[in-house]
Design a protein around this ligand. Structure first.
Ligand code: NAG
Length: 364
């Protein structure tokens, strides 16, 4: 009987040693959990036992090292745990700096919990393997860590929809593998770094709804993979760099609701790649360049609320496609050209100008 108990005990000890994660990883996760409150779904109820590599909601480990590799925590998800609760996630508390002890972490996703406050732990910049840092949709405040540029493997930096302030750290341009940058809807001020064009892998740069000032750095036009540039709803001034219209894959350019001045570079309108162009609500002046052609294809072209003068360019009627056109609230004058892009447009596309006429407005 004695040896049976003994061997059973040894066996259990062996099993639990095999099925446990690194104790320091487990301790770091428990500290992360302790700083958060999740009242509705009970996801932390799965965080029990010694093996943080299996069954702990949102945690996954490297199968060979059994070190924690991913924290994938999303407050909006199709997971059954959400369906059962019949609601999306909500969490309060803060992100404990103890997670920086998970030094094999490749993904840190703590997204859309709406109530998580406090700062982004500065120590995240010391996580050498981090590829994805996604903290969208919380209530995080404070600044982007100054030495964010240390994260040499980072491909995604998403801190949109928080209350982050301070300026964009100069070191950010050192993120040579960064593909997706989303800082939208925060309180970030100051200028976009002049050498932003060093982010050679960048394909999306979403900086809208902040308090950014200064001008659009010329160097952005060197981002030959950039498909989506959104600087809308800031206080950006100065002109639109001519080179933006020559970027090979840029397809969405939103500069609306800023203080942008000067004229529209003709290259922006000839370039068949930019399919969505919103320059609405700026101080853009001069004439609309008469450079449209059979390659011009715009899902949306919004030039409303500027100081554009002159007439609507005739060449616009030779455009291949214009989905949504808004030229309202400018100082345009003269006859609206005839032709296919104009057939489906409503009067509101042309309203509040100085003296436009013709269909769909009054006859000339
Ligand atoms: C362009 O931007 C303005 C102002 O931010 C916005 O109201 C408008 O809906 C946008 N246009 C399009 C076509 O998205």
């Amino acid at each position: 009987m004695g040896w049976l108990m003994l061997s059973l005990t040894i066996m259990l000890a062996v099993i639990s040693a095999v099925n446990s994660c690194t104790p320091s990883d487990r301790a770091a996760l428990l500290a992360f959990k302790a700083a958060l409150t999740e009242p509705y779904l009970g996801i932390f109820k799965t965080w029990t036992g010694t093996d943080c590599c299996s069954g702990w909601y949102g945690v996954s480990c490297d199968p060979t090292t059994r070190r924690v590799a991913d924290i994938n925590f999303r407050g909006e998800s199709e997971d059954p745990i959400f369906e059962k609760a019949g609601r999306c996630g909500y969490m309060t508390g803060s992100i404990s700096p103890e997670i920086c002890k998970l030094d094999r972490l490749t993904q840190l996703i703590v997204a859309d919990w709406k109530g998580i406050s406090g700062e982004i732990p500065k120590c995240v910049t010391s996580l050498p393997s981090l590829r994805i840092l996604d903290l969208i949709g919380n209530k995080l405040s404070g600044k982007i860590p100054e030495d964010i540029g240390n994260l040499k493997r980072l491909t995604v930096l998403n801190i949109a929809d928080n209350a982050i302030s301070g300026s964009i750290p100069a070191s950010i341009v050192g993120l040579s593998g960064l593909m997706h940058l989303d800082l939208s809807n925060n309180q970030i001020y100051g200028e976009i770094p002049a050498d932003f064009g060093k982010l050679r892998m960048l394909s999306r740069a979403l900086l809208s709804r902040n308090k950014l000032t200064g001008s659009i750095p010329e160097s952005i036009s060197q981002l030959y993979r950039l498909a989506d540039l959104d600087l809308s709803r800031n206080q950006i001034s100065g002109g639109i760099p001519e080179q933006l219209g020559k970027m090979p894959v840029l397809s969405t350019l939103n500069l609306d609701s800023n203080l942008v001045s000067g004229q529209i570079p003709p290259s922006l309108l000839t370039n068949s790649g930019v399919g969505i162009l919103n320059l609405s609500r700026n101080n853009i002046e001069g004439k609309i360049p008469d450079v449209f052609g059979s390659n011009s294809y715009f899902m949306a072209l919004d030039l409303s609320y500027n100081n554009l003068k002159g007439s609507i360019p005739r060449s616009l009627s030779s455009a291949k496609y214009i989905g949504h056109l808004d030229l309202s609230h400018n100082h345009l004058c003269g006859a609206i050209p005839l032709g296919s892009p104009f057939d489906h447009l409503e009067a509101s596309s042309f309203s509040n100008n100085d003296c436009l006429c013709g269909n769909p407005l009054r006859t000339c």
